[in-house]
Design a protein around this ligand. Sequence first.
Ligand SMILES: Cc1ncc(COP(=O)(O)O)c(C=O)c1O
Length: 452
Amino acid sequence: MDSDDIKNKNWSKLAKLRGEDPAGKKPSEKPRDPTPDFKGSAKGEKKRRLEERAEEGLFDEDDFNHSSPPLTSRFDRGEARLSTKALHRNYHAIAELAGGQAILPMIKADAYGHGAVWAARVLASAENLYGFGTASLEEAREVRDGLGAKGRKTRILCLSGTTNWSEEKGQYCERFGITPAIASDEDWKRFLKGKWPERLKYHLKFNTGMNRLGISPGLVQQIVSQLKDKPGEWRPEGVATHMAVAEDPNHPLTKKQIESFKAITGTVKSPWSDTLFHLANSSAIWNSRHLGLEGWTDIVRPGISLYGVPPWPGAPIRGTDPVMELRYAVAARRTLKPGESIGYGAQFRLKGSDSPVEVAILAAGYADGLHRFNSGIDGAGGKVLLGGKMRRFLGIVSMDLSAVECDASTQVGDWVQILGDGLDPWTQAKAAGTIPYELLTSLSRRVRKTRN
Ligand SMILES: Cc1ncc(COP(=O)(O)O)c(C=O)c1O
């Protein structure tokens, strides 16, 4: 058989599979129907089959909005259970600590992995709400769309996605009702030159020592002069800075930042009497008495604490509760025998003299947000709560699967808990080689979110 014979043989096999005439023309030679009948097309056929299956109760409405079923797990795999009550409670606990200041919940990064639109809707009519904080303009737009007509007047402040300022970004803010924080000397020049203060509400963010974004404090006097003869509406609605070490009130940088911000607010207070001042993230809110913020700033910007994670390891919870419980399902059970290993690289192995070990295989890996650093090798690694006991990981956490020690009572379908249920988020994050901020924001689309 020469190579042409082989090609022809393969072609006729394929043609048969497709229900075509093997002696007929190859697809490239077939005239294409310029007006395919939708019903008869492959897409139409797929839709019809999906509809049939929906009637059998196999799919729900959502499946029709995707060309293929969504990636989020329908079957038990990873689940983030979110508590609306806890989010409300945390907001009110923080409002209490903020002593009458307005609240700007930070719902950037999809509300720290909890769902920005959900969080915005839950808190949209909370008392003392200033608005919502995002990092990117696109996040702000998502929240704007998600709030709909009811939230038309809600401020959405974009705190970092505005540099480098451009006309296009200005138009985007205008179109979607986004309040930008102008955060560099160059951006301020462009913002003013484009007459954006006339068109948009905005905040100015100053660099008092974090040294990432922010206008130089040395420019404040010049900005005051530049706005002096302009209408009052041209003034910024807010003036902000961001703290680098707010968890430590005695840190020299904390002291320097507070002093620098005090000087800025001192300069603008009288010419811009309506302007609102803010600097406090969760750590600064927790330390606000030490930092002397009471009666001086107007807005606080809680992030991590809103989701019930204390702002630093060992910090008091101050009436907050975890909003997210994160758990993964046991997909299989096995007994590891002496001399056997488990997972990639055979990194966990029983010696010939060891007793057998009961193992639960989790339908979860690093593509589900279960960090690889949890891997159980040489006695190190993370822990999960299973059947009321803390259990260690065995071997490498891989992309889709991982293994934990269990006992004979563990069954397929049981859940292991990695966050919530009294687990300390800082301890859990440390075992995963990270911090709760990263743990929460690295869940993938596979993880199902349920809300109550
Ligand atoms: C500008 C700004 N303000 C407030 C916060 C909230 O910080 P935290 O989550 O520590 O409360 C952040 C988050 O990093 C931020 O970038």
